[in-house]
Ligand binder design. Structure first.
Ligand code: GRF
Length: 208
């Protein structure tokens, strides 16, 4: 059984994609142990509760220093003895102590084809606004392992999505979610649950 901690910050549609696939028994050897958000009002926490999944909020505002917050986040995750941390619409900076303790066991879904439109400042709608501003014809989404950088870890899966002439950032974001994010994230979790990934330096190979 692959046990997950899913870290969220907002609406939780990527979390919902995982929950839906689990409900359809498409991820039989996966269990979400906890959903953790830095935003106590995140609707993603409500989605977790509807499936009787532990939902926890943790905020930097409740700690005197960032170091204390980082240690508290690590302790919260450790309490659930998970195998994999999934960043699903997560805007938290993942502390180095978490990355070191969960080396190659943290994945993130990013709404562009990395290395385009990623890194500091590229999150949520801003990614799609930049895509439209640049006038690219193809965008997409990427699932990658998380390392100390921002969107720099080994790439696991990618999926292209066409940009339409009349797209707004909101319309494009929705299409990238529907056609790419909500498919890629569960597929990456399935591959890890079936031990199908090999990390070879900065490349990820799929065994079959
Ligand atoms: C969306 O912009 C999505 O593209 C990115 O994070 C944001 C919120 O996702 N991955 P979610 O609906 O909270 O999963």
């Amino acid at each position: 059984m692959l046990k997950l901690a899913v870290l969220v910050s907002g609406g939780g549609t990527n979390l919902q994609a995982l929950l839906d696939q689990m409900e359809q028994n498409k991820l039989p050897s996966v269990k979400i142990e906890v959903v953790i958000s830095n935003n106590k009002n995140a609707y993603a926490l409500e989605r977790a509760r509807k499936y009787q999944v532990d939902a926890a909020a943790i905020s930097k505002k409740d700690y005197a220093t960032i170091e204390e917050f980082n240690v508290a986040l690590l302790k919260l995750i450790d309490r659930y003895h998970v195998d994999l941390i999934v960043l699903a619409g997560c805007l938290m900076i993942i502390p180095e102590c978490v990355i070191k303790n969960y080396r190659n066991r943290i994945i993130n879904i990013h709404p562009s084809l990395i290395p385009s439109f990623c890194g500091m400042g590229y999150y949520g709608l801003k990614v799609h606004e930049a895509v439209l501003e640049r006038g690219v014809k193809v965008t997409g989404a990427t699932v990658h392992f998380v390392d100390e950088g921002t969107d720099t870890g080994p790439i696991i899966l990618q999926k292209p999505v066409m940009v339409h002439e009349d797209d707004t950032a909101e319309i494009l974001q929705r299409r990238v979610m529907e056609e790419a994010e909500w498919l890629l994230l569960p597929e990456a979790v399935r591959l890890i649950a079936e031990d199908q990934l090999i990390i070879d330096h900065n490349r990820v190979r799929i065994k079959k």
